[in-house]
Design a protein. Structure first.
Length: 155
């Protein structure tokens, strides 16, 4: 299995990276990061990329993948909804669309948050935005899409 991890330097993503590197069923791990993980492993490849709203320049490197673990997340504390949406929804969907274009048989795993609002109409801003991201991913023609609603400190 060939996997890609977004957010591999964060708390959840670093754990996912460690597990993927140790799993003999994972043939290769690509991490898309803003800053290097500092890890050197034979089956690990890093792509340092700055613009997480435009994956066009690295799209060829996203080809032929089997699974994506999308672990990017920020706290909503003190953020305006438009900024939180850009970082939580827009970045996620930009990555998903780039992956679909070159790895259409991919399974997408999204780290969400406990209490996410799938109706997108609740009063809690972060929950609405996460719900919007989940709903958009579930409408995309991935082989499969999984939403992991971890306990979130962003409330």
């Amino acid at each position: 299995m060939k996997v890609v991890i977004f957010g591999a330097t964060g708390m959840v993503g670093s754990g996912v990276l460690r597990e993927c590197l140790e799993d003999p069923g994972v043939e290769s791990v690509l991490v898309v990061v803003r800053n290097s993980t500092g890890i050197s492993e034979p089956k690990l490849r890093e792509v340092v990329h700055r613009d997480f709203l435009d994956f066009g320049p690295i799209r060829p490197q996203l080809a032929g993948l089997d699974a994506c673990f999308f672990c990017i997340g920020v706290t909503s504390a003190g953020m305006q909804e438009a900024d939180y949406q850009r970082l939580t929804h827009d970045v996620t969907i930009a990555a998903a669309q780039a992956l679909l274009a070159v790895s259409p048989g991919l399974t997408f795993c999204f780290v969400s948050g406990q209490g996410t609002d799938s109706t997108e109409r609740g009063r809690v801003m972060w929950a609405r935005v996460k719900g919007k991201a989940e709903n958009a991913l579930l409408r995309m023609p991935f082989k499969a899409a999984y939403m992991f609603r971890r306990e979130s400190s962003s409330r």
